[in-house]
Design a protein around this ligand. Sequence first.
Ligand code: GDP
Ligand code: IMO
Ligand code: MG
Length: 422
Amino acid sequence: MVDLLLGLQWGDEGKGKIVDVLTKEYDIIARFQGGPNAGHTLEFDGIKHVLHTIPSGIFHKNAINVVGNGVVIDPVIFKKELDNLEKFNIDFVAKLLISRKAHLILPTHRLLDAASEASKGKAKIGSTLKGIGPTYMDKTGRNGMRVGDLEFDDWKTKYRALADKHEAMIDFYDVDIQYNLEELEAEFCEGVETLKKLTFIDSEEFIFKAQAEGKKILAEGAQGSLLDIDFGTYPYVTSSNTTAAGACTGLGVAPNKIEKVLGIFKAYTTRVGSGPFPTELFDEDGATMGRVGNEFGATTGRPRRCGWLDLVALKYAVQINGVTELMMMKADVLSGFKTIKVCTAYEYKGEHIQHLPYNIESEYVTPIYTEMKGWAKDLTKLTKAEELPPALNDYISFLEEQLQVPIKIVSVGPDRVQTIHR
Ligand code: GDP
Ligand code: IMO
Ligand code: MG
């Protein structure tokens, strides 16, 4: 049995927190796409952890964590992540398994990312500059290096050929990128040596067997549906399928083996990086969301753009993913707003529409809002659904009715315990 947990907006919905909360119910937690562009935050016992490549079930003894074939791995960042977790005495060899088919991010992929962004000027994607795009380009272009290559003696020959090609490509961009490749390569080789100490697996086979044995698997998404390479706000997207289908290709899970699709969204909307964002606020309300919600990127530290909940976009994400249960995060951040706005339609070419058109840049769409009463109550100490204020219950009921999917979890703070089950 495989359940999926996916972000429904532009990422940073709180996936790390919820995976951590749910891990006790699962035997395996598996990442299926993305790479260290992700920053998944977990908080418990007063400590905050940010994971980039390692699945968010790593702090639980009961679960095995798998990095699936659809993920791209930077050995340098991976080593740092492992080093940060040293004091937790986690048995990584037994608890963290890596797919041989996962692709490797080379130092030159990161440089290519930087060169590509620099060459775009104002039109830049706002990439996290972790080398994600160039690595997936080499994957689909059939030039990439995979984790399994590291088990063969000639991996450095393969590496050299690819890195040399990348250097020529960097020159082609004709932008000023300063780097010392020797230093970067030394760091990369150190990362590779650390990675090689872990257990490499044929992850699809591992997942088949686990299913045959009746194990419970949770696939952990990265980024969000609106950053999907096919269905997101292209070209301002990431380079993988962040939606449900990504779990099939990124882990080898057959579509008919997927049971629950858990969709996670913030009670409002955020976006980091460039690209259209119809409900973005440039006023005091947006600033309040950013301040109260501490909206800074977990990977890059950039301030996140903030705005009201966009139901048109959320409905689209629910449909694309076949979401069966919803989780609403950061409800606590909206406490104190006199009124809460929800975008229920777009004005597009003089009409009100409720689907996502080809282009959602502000020159084409204007959000139409429904206003609802806010609540003043501090939610952060609440533990039971019965304690939620009536205005929040109205907000939840409205969203459930619009989306036709139940909201099963309301999150009221970053800590594991600040989670209300309904
Ligand atoms: P992810 O990428 O989806 O795992 O999300 P991030 O970790 O990038 O961003 C979510 C941020 O919100 C993190 O700083 C979390 O600690 C925090 N967070 C998660 N849930 C809640 C919540 O219910 N309330 C508040 N105030 N913060 C939350
Ligand atoms: P998690 O898993 C939010 C955004 C970047 C940029 C675009 C492309 O923490 O939710 P990339 O580095 O992939 O080339 O960047 O996607 N982005 C994210 N935004 N959360 C993420 O991951 C993101 N990963 C990438 O800001 O706009
Ligand atoms: Mg994040």
